[in-house]
Design a protein around this ligand. Structure first.
Ligand code: ADP
Length: 713
């Protein structure tokens, strides 16, 4: 019979009722491959991979050898080739692997045999992968053993199966070659030992010998290690798991003044000062929980009784999972602590100095972190935001700034972080209770270690500069207007004088005509000439006022007490009814310097301001008149509670003929005259809006130059 004619069912007989299975005429059992896997694992873990390989290879060898003895009774092979091919077939029937034999060479004369093929789905490779993962070498030990045993029986000589590719090693399939043991290439000669009988007892004896040797070596190395530790300049110690001292090296004993005899009675906590005992006891517990090296700073007492700050660095000594003790170092940290203290002091000083510098700088400085929240503001910025610096930290711009300013800062913040550049920008800050401030902000990305940390902004208060620019522009404009107005006034004054003179002359001539007085036809003429004279007078008054605005004559000045002058004027206005309906408050600073002024002209200015304030409040409300010393003189302020000066108005109030009053109620010349007078008096007039509402007008009255620093007694 040929091997491929061998039928599985002719070899197997199931007798489930008897609890028996027969295979090739012998009792067999059905086993899960996982069970074989479990056995393999047990062998590898208890005896090591090498011995497990010997056992399993030999087990396979004896299975193959026996199967080969039984097979002829069932198969009656035609030739020895067919006989040997029967082996893979029986092996396959047992569910070991799918076997493919691709060559069989038989040279009976020379006693030389060779056979090769593949195994697929090897149960053994599968189990090995499941239990141990991918191996570096072939793992189908029972399969190789079986093939070797079967072939050795068939050819009656020692045959060895070499597995040179294996699924357990990650190959696609297992590939094997069976050959005479004597043909084995030198690199496979080591395989021979797997086919030798095993003598476990001898093996154990050898192992025992090795263990003894290793123990001696270990003892010697432990002694070397102890000697090494003993001589180390650092303080090294070993503790029993209970905390008892097992060893403290010479450096430790000398430093702490402990004799070797005292040591076994001591615990770690006995080495530290009483205040640190609980911490030291808890320290060991925490190491036991964390199971890793841990540090603790304590103070110990040295041999002279002086306290020494020490850093304990202790780690558990583990045996498997169990902690059997602790080993550690005690490092004197006196110098380190001193260094740290100095460093902390230095850092604090630096921070303090930096803060002081920031605070001295009059510019406002802020830093926004990457979330756009304030992480730093200097004193000036905090003042402008109207909150203490520590309250500003963590706030967003929107929480502390006017909406439009916050939006502007946030837009700049995003641009900067996107790497965009841009010119400085302006924002308005309005801390509650403080006047609005106009700021010019320059910003940049602040980075640490190459990465952005936030955006720093430096904001310069340009309110005063802007105001000065505005005043300068206004002064220039008013001066040109003044020249223009005085030119016109001069030009008009001459023809106006002629018109008025001729009208007067004509009237005199007309009156000289006999009967003219009683002639009603002359009435129309007389009326016309009178109107001409009246209108000419009116024009004259206007041109005179225009000249007041622009005139540059020197006026006689008197040294006066500004407080007394203003008090007296206000009372006169009350008497003539100028302040009817108004509540006029006068506030005088006690130390006002004397001023050099022209009382009549100053009266004209004050009268105008009071009248305008009354007009702005529709004749009812409070007007505050304040006099306070100022640089180079006295500031006189007139404050009202009216609607204030709208943006389009504020820049033009001093222009001649500028009025917002109804026709017939205002000429628009009042403030331009005031402006002209104040220039003439060597002072100035300014105006603005009060934060609480209403307008303010401020007259700066120069002090008497001779006694500029003589203030009122
Ligand atoms: P007039 O009073 O004839 O209008 P002024 O030169 O005195 O002329 O004033 C010019 C303009 O200035 C006024 O029309 C008014 O719009 C504005 N003005 C002056 N004083 C005040 C004030 N106290 N409050 C509000 N607006 C004022």
């Amino acid at each position: 019979m040929r091997a491929d004619q061998l039928d599985f069912y002719s070899l197997v007989e199931f007798a489930p009722d008897r609890g028996a299975i027969e295979f090739s005429g012998r009792r067999a059992i059905l086993l899960h491959t996982d069970a074989m896997g479990a056995l393999r694992k047990e062998l590898v873990e208890t005896l090591g991979a090498d011995i497990a390989k010997v056992i399993l290879t030999r087990y396979g060898f004896s299975c193959g050898h026996e199967d080969a003895g039984l097979l002829p009774g069932f198969m009656h092979p035609d030739t020895v080739e067919e006989f040997v091919r029967g082996g893979p077939r029986v092996h396959m029937f047992s569910g070991i692997a799918e076997v493919e034999t691709h060559s069989v060479e038989v040279d009976r004369e020379r006693g030389h045999y060779r056979m090769s093929g593949f195994w697929r789905h090897s149960y053994e490779a599968e189990q090995h992968l499941r239990l141990f993962g991918r191996s570096d070498e072939a793992v189908c030990w029972t399969l190789a053993g079986y093939a070797s045993g079967f072939a050795s029986y068939v050819f009656q000589t020692d045959m060895i199966c070499v597995e040179h590719a294996c699924e357990g090693r990650g190959d696609d399939r297992c590939a094997w070659t069976l050959m005479n043991a004597t043909d084995c290439a030198p690199e496979f000669s080591g395989l021979r030992k797997y086919f030798q009988p095993l003598n476990i007892k001898d093996r154990i004896n050898v192992l025992e010998g090795k263990v003894y040797e290793r123990t001696r070596e270990l003892e010697a190395s432990e002694q070397r290690y102890r000697n090494l530790i003993e001589d180390l300049p650092e303080m090294v110690f070993a503790l029993h798991v209970s905390g008892r001292m097992l060893q403290l090296n010479k450096a430790g004993r000398t430093r702490l003044g402990i004799s070797p005899e005292q040591l076994p009675r001591m615990r770690l906590k006995d080495l530290v000062l009483p205040a640190y005992r609980t911490a030291a006891a808890n320290f060991l517990k925490s190491i036991a929980t964390a199971r890793t090296a841990t540090r603790l700073d304590v103070v110990m007492c040295d041999a002279e009784g002086c306290p020494v700050p020490m850093r304990l660095q202790v780690e558990p000594v583990l045996k498997g999972d169990r902690i059997v003790g602790y080993s550690g170092l005690a490092i004197d940290i006196t110098a380190q602590q001193e260094r740290e203290r100095k460093l902390t002091e230095y850092a604090a000083r630096l921070e303090n100095r930096e803060q002081q510098i920031q605070d001295i700088i009059n510019d406002a400085v802020y830093i926004l972190d990457l979330d756009g929240r304030f992480s730093f503001v200097n004193a000036r910025m905090a003042e402008l935001l109207g909150v203490p610096a520590d309250r500003a930290i963590g706030c967003s711009c929107g929480e502390l700034m006017l909406h439009s300013s916050a939006q502007r800062v946030e837009r700049d913040f995003r641009r900067r972080l996107n790497g965009e550049c841009g010119p400085p920008f302006e924002i308005m800050l309005a801390a509650s209770g403080a006047p609005n401030r106009l700021l010019e902000v320059s910003s940049a990305v602040l980075s640490t270690d190459g990465g952005p940390e936030g955006v720093i902004g430096v904001a310069r208060d340009i309110t005063a500069r802007r105001e000065m620019e505005r005043q300068l522009a206004q002064a220039n404009r008013l001066s040109s207007l003044g020249q223009f107005a005085s030119g016109i006034a001069h030009e008009i004054n001459n023809p106006l004088g002629l018109v008025s003179g001729f009208a007067e002359e004509l009237q005199a001539l007309m009156e000289a005509i006999p009967g003219a007085r009683s002639n009603p036809d002359f009435d129309v003429l007389r009326q016309g000439l009178t109107t001409i004279q009246e209108q000419a007078q009116r024009c004259k008054a206007i041109t005179d006022n225009l000249l007041l605005f622009s005139r540059k004559q020197a006026v006689p000045l008197e040294v006066v007490d500004a407080g007394m002058l203003v008090r007296e004027r206000l009372s006169a206005y009350r008497d003539i009814g100028l302040t009817r309906g108004l509540e006029v408050d006068l506030s005088l600073d006690a130390a006002l310097p004397r001023i050099a002024t022209n009382p009549t002209l100053l009266d004209q200015v004050l009268r105008n301001l009071i009248r305008n304030a009354g007009d702005a409040m529709n004749g009812a409300g409070r007007v505050s008149v304040i006099l306070r010393p100022a640089e180079g003189g006295v500031d006189l302020e007139v404050l009202d509670e009216g609607p204030g000066l709208p943006a389009g108005v504020i820049d033009h109030v001093f222009d001649p003929f500028f009025t917002t009053k109804a026709p017939g109620r205002g000429t628009g010349l009042g403030l331009s005259i005031c402006y002209g007078i104040m220039t003439e008096l060597g002072g100035r007039i300014e105006c603005g809006n009060r934060p609480e509402g209403g307008a303010w007008f401020r007259l700066h009255l120069p002090a008497d130059a001779a006694g500029a620093d003589t203030s009122m007694p």
